[in-house]
Design a protein. Sequence first.
Length: 480
Amino acid sequence: MPLPTPLEAQAFGRYSDSAQIAAYLRALAVASGGTAVFGCAGHSALGREIPVLTCGVADPARVEDGKLRLLLVGSVHGASEAAGCEALLCLARSVLLGELRELLDVFELVLIPNANPDGRDADSFRNGNRVNINRDFVLLEQPESRALDAAVRRYAPAVVLDAHESAVLKRRTLGQEGYLTAFEAQFDVASTPAIPAALRDFATDTLLPQLIAGVQARGLHAQRYIAEIRSVSQPITHGGLTLRMFRNKAGLRGPLTVLLETPMEPKAGQYATYRDIGPRVHKQLLCMRVFLDCVRASAPAIRAAQARAALELDQPTCALNGSYLREPPDAAITLPLRERASGTRVQSTFADHRTVIAQDTLRIPPHYFVTEHTEVFAELLARHGAAFERLAQAIEAPVMSEVFAGGGNPEAACQRIDELTHRRLIPAGALRVPLSGSNRRLVPLLLEPRSTSSVFRYPAFAGLLQHGRPFFIPRGVDEN
Ligand SMILES: [Zn+2]
């Protein structure tokens, strides 16, 4: 095998560290003779480079005709979920120097294998600021989440894969009840209800079943992602529905976004390789290969779904929120678990809350005005790549202003108590935020306090809502 990965070179005796990963990607770029380009997607909280390797990308701003661009992200959760990164290094080698070379006839690949270098080197799932970056895609306070969000904007991939792992032993929750989880691969897709239905439906009804069937056919028990099981008496749902996670945020920007999760056996077990990393990488690679096969086979259907989704963005309304419910009211689902003491597989029945209902329909305004705290919101919008202009002089404009409860607790503060349509003096220096393209849905989800993806669901922003006063971000109203 040409160019052993750092993990292979260390005989699977410990994980690759961030410096080794960056060096390996540079070496692959050199060995590829120009097919691959090594770059830096940003820096971590502690200043480590977040490497990006593009394969067959001639121009980041434009995808070559007839090709599909894919962004593959590994180890957002650092060394706690190390296998995604290790597998992406193997995959990059196969694509550039090995048996998968012909994939570059159909794909342009952008790889960010080590999305959380601080967590990788500190044996943690958090970054150097001790933050779970996969909950930061609304505020974008962390450099790692900003780098991933910016990569989605810069490369505008058609498809994104976000590769995670999950411990079968939840020491403080399900493990206390005497059980381990028992799946071998899970997939989910971006599921925020504001994502155009053409894309969500294709992802859910076509791609997910293909991925699951493809992995099953290769001998792994696969299923649609089930949100972490903490208790045998809890209801079952799929993943979170807000923009706080990378999957949903990326999905609302346009790409078909897929979550992959494979299991990890307990750390304390006896394994042939360090923390069982050999089999873990094998499972990740198998799932990634199935993913690439499915995407390749579905490329025309993916393009068609994305064209329909782009048209859908012009619709006058969108759902701000979604929630899971039990439908029918007595729906139940049986899932395998393992007994912690004996390892025996058992079937356990749960209340089935996997049906999503869309809620809080918004008539999308032509623009918003930000009339106060303009510096805070100028910075926030810039972080999200959302365009705005500053009013050079005060204007009187027709707007719809909501009135919120305010107060310390974010959820209570965001309760709407009134709304009024009126002419309002918009001061000089206010921001005017036009809504077009995917921002037509992204910006309302971030700015509307009723949206569970909104910045106002965080204490620092909730504190800006004043009881009984017209909201300082009124919606513009068309004059005619
Ligand atoms: Zn994870």
